[in-house]
Design a binder for this molecule. Sequence first.
Ligand SMILES: NC(=O)c1ccc[n+]([C@@H]2O[C@H](COP(=O)([O-])OP(=O)(O)OC[C@H]3O[C@@H](n4cnc5c(N)ncnc54)[C@H](OP(=O)(O)O)[C@@H]3O)[C@@H](O)[C@H]2O)c1
Length: 347
Amino acid sequence: MVKLFINGYGNIGRRLATYFSVDEEIELVGIAKYSADERAKEAISKGYRVFIPKTMENEFARKKLEFAGYIEDGISDSEMIIDAAKEGMGYENKLLLYVPMKKKAIFQGGEDRQGEYSVADMIHNSRVNYDKAAGKSYVMQGSCNVSGMGRIMQPLIEKFSDDILRYDVNLIRRWADLEDSKEVKDSIEWDSHPHHQDDVKDFIPDANLYVEAFKVPSRMMHLHQILIRFKDKSPLKDQVLELFQNEFGVAILNSAKGTLDVRKKALDLGFAHGDTNMVHIHESLIRSQDDVLKFSYSDDQTGMVIPENHLLVQSMIFKKPRNDALSHTDKIFDMRKKKEILQNEFK
Ligand SMILES: NC(=O)c1ccc[n+]([C@@H]2O[C@H](COP(=O)([O-])OP(=O)(O)OC[C@H]3O[C@@H](n4cnc5c(N)ncnc54)[C@H](OP(=O)(O)O)[C@@H]3O)[C@@H](O)[C@H]2O)c1
């Protein structure tokens, strides 16, 4: 059993806690909570040990929220930390807590991989470089979009390698998550320098990849439209379907009409947190013409990275072979079953 601490209990931290708390190879020491709010109450009611900053002691006591200790205590008692802080806070946590206390840590996709505030020397993508993370002390898990692109591009690279000339991805991003209280602005906003392109090139350095990102007023998943240019004739639709048929964390859906359909189905089916934890290729949008293959897949923003973090722990701590890690993650997340159910629902 490995002692694990989750630093941050927002959209990502809550989901990590749900799955790591039922993994018999892990002892979840606890979670860190920085605000004495409803989420703190939720964490306590779920039986997690909640650790807080010293400065919040009076506030937690005043609201009768029982805590197990200070954040430093939780970290000190653990071997491995998953940092699930608000984006940009991971670097400071590393500097002030994980390095001095000599703890291994995973950082999330909102952190920097390059420059002064870089948190790690690699970005993990379980489909591409799982083995490279084995035994490392600090690794950044790619964001949901970056994880999704790796999951789609790597099988194409393995099958068609030098026949591919370039990839262009139009990334249509949700404005906020389901649980976020922030307002969804009625606008389509673009990003002049999306981080996703550089992040993907961190683990697929040779990819001739160009990403444009647009944020739209929705809470229901991201959608990527990928256009792949080949040297000669592009593969046919059936070849694409066959290629992704057995891919872990990739479902092929036919009759879904939008991201809301998929999210609603996950909620109706009672999937934990309303997540599918995967990307969904939309069969009706696969186009192959001359030297261009174009298709679209939706990417479950909050769910995608949770099994990725789970796989990463198995590489960094247990140094498990990838196939063993995939079966263990499948057991905890029921990925294959969820995929089968979704594919049947959207036949
Ligand atoms: N949301 C997504 O769809 C998504 C997908 C992939 C990756 N990510 C990445 O995952 C990370 C977390 O995102 P999120 O959506 O979970 O954010 P979030 O919902 O805003 O939650 C952030 C959490 O950070 C906590 N926090 C505050 N100060 C902290 C500190 N110094 N150290 C650690 N935690 C601290 C907050 O605690 P209190 O609530 O107690 O104040 C809050 O629980 C970001 O890097 C993000 O880019 C997010």
